[in-house]
Design a protein around this ligand. Structure first.
Ligand code: CP
Ligand code: NVA
Length: 304
């Protein structure tokens, strides 16, 4: 494994090493300031980004490397030029690539023609860096809890897919509630359940958020209208009725529950303003951890 395209690419020993490295980097960043000396990385983004772009760019610089951002209008991957041609050209210049794409297949196609690390910075299918940062945060918030009850309320797409796979790998407990028409991809559920048989993870799916948050240590949500879905906004808003993370819902969870959101948040839709700003919210610690975990991922993959 020299790439991170899906959480399924990682073995438990890789995950634990990445968490340990991220902790070391967070505590002592200066120790790693030359770890990727002069290595250059391309950030190819077909969609907007705040956290993924900035945290990768800053992280690469903190490790002594350099980053080049290529946005939707710069290289027009798949339009101006085929993915496989861009991959082979960049293979001659770059030490690694971070890709944010509409289609997951674009990333897997790119990887076929690129011999160095390829990192998924979000596709329609998964968001592995997000899930790793999220579990780093959960470990920090609940250092003594072996299996915090993780409850996800929202859409069954990319973010939940990575969280499901990671919870399964870690042998944790995840209860998710999604509208019936927006359950996670069947293949992701099957993959997560297969891993859970070995690790003892517990995976439960609901359509009623109240059932999913019972005794939860973590309540997590994501936007109802993902990037690229603006055209079907009306239909999605209708489907998510009753799924908002608000004070009433969090009062049904454990007293010490933490509230997480990958961000960007649409306050008043999937989460209320008072919950975002309230005492249970850890969303900015979570966002900070994107930086630490991605530095660890970069170094781990580049040293392989
Ligand atoms: N959570 C996340 O990936 O944020 P951005 O879309 O801003 O990168
Ligand atoms: N599900 C969201 C996640 C954003 C980080 C999207 O795909 O837009």
């Amino acid at each position: 494994m020299n790439s991170l395209i899906s959480i399924a690419d990682l073995q438990l020993k890789d995950i634990n090493k990445i968490f340990t490295l991220a902790g070391q980097m967070k505590r002592n960043p200066s120790k790693f300031h030359n770890a990727l000396h002069r290595k250059k990385f391309a950030l190819i983004f077909e969609k907007p980004s705040t956290r993924t772009w900035v945290s990768f760019d800053v992280g690469i610089h903190e490790l002594g490397g350099g980053a080049i951002y290529l946005g939707p209008d710069d290289i027009k991957m798949g339009v101006r030029e085929e993915v496989r041609d861009i991959a082979r050209v960049l293979n001659r210049y770059m030490a690694g690539v971070i890709l944010r794409t509409f289609s997951h297949q674009t990333i897997t196609e790119f990887q076929k023609y690129f011999t160095k690390p390829v990192i998924n910075g979000l596709s329609d299918y998964e968001h592995p860096c997000q899930a790793l940062a999220d579990y780093l945060t959960i470990r920090e918030k609940f250092p003594k809890k072996k299996k915090p009850v993780f409850s996800f309320i929202g859409d069954g797409n990319n973010v939940l897919a990575s969280l499901l796979l990671l919870t399964a790998k870690l042998g944790g407990v995840i209860r998710y509630a999604t509208p019936k028409t927006m359950t996670p991809d069947k293949q992701v559920i099957a993959q997560a359940r297969k891993i859970a048989v070995k690790t003892g993870a517990i995976i439960e799916g609901y359509s009623d958020p109240k059932k999913a948050v019972k005794n939860a240590d973590v309540i997590y949500t994501d936007v109802w209208v993902s990037m690229g879905e603006e055209k079907i906004r009306k239909q999605k808003m209708k489907a998510f009725k009753g799924m908002q993370v608000n004070q009433k819902l969090i009062s049904m969870a454990s007293k010490s529950v933490i509230v997480m959101h990958c961000l960007p948040a649409h306050r008043g839709e999937e989460i209320t303003d008072d919950v975002m700003e309230g005492k249970h919210s850890v969303v900015f610690d979570q966002a900070e951890n994107r930086l630490h975990i991605q530095k660890a991922v970069l170094l781990y993959l580049c040293k392989k």
